[in-house]
Design a protein around this ligand. Sequence first.
Ligand code: ZN
Ligand code: ZN
Length: 134
Amino acid sequence: MAIPGGCQCGAIRYELSGPPDRVSICHCRDCQLSAGAPMFSWALMPTDRLTVTEGAPATYRSSRDAVRSFCPVCGTGLFYTNPAMMPGRIDLQSVTLDDPSAFAPVNRVQTAEQPIWMAHFDALPVHRRFPGTD
Ligand SMILES: [Zn+2]
Ligand SMILES: [Zn+2]
């Protein structure tokens, strides 16, 4: 059963032929700068489990061995490969799946590089929408 996903504008579509092996939240500095956000949710799987079915992602080298892919139209980040660190495997930004809740993260990694305030993330007030409207 194919598991579909894609970027925000629809130019890039992809399918997984099966579930990822593991989903992890990454807080490393490279991910922060790539996302412009404090974390990424990565779904790790064998490279051949993922097929791009529409469009052609753009790529850039984000460190010596790592290549990140994104939609050249809307900028949504999509994939990460690092043959030196994880040969034959690819990371997918799991919330780009059509069902962003499909596969839950099992851990958080690289917290040594997270902003200090992330340590208090769980203590922040939570609003279903915005303060004063919920
Ligand atoms: Zn796009
Ligand atoms: Zn990272």
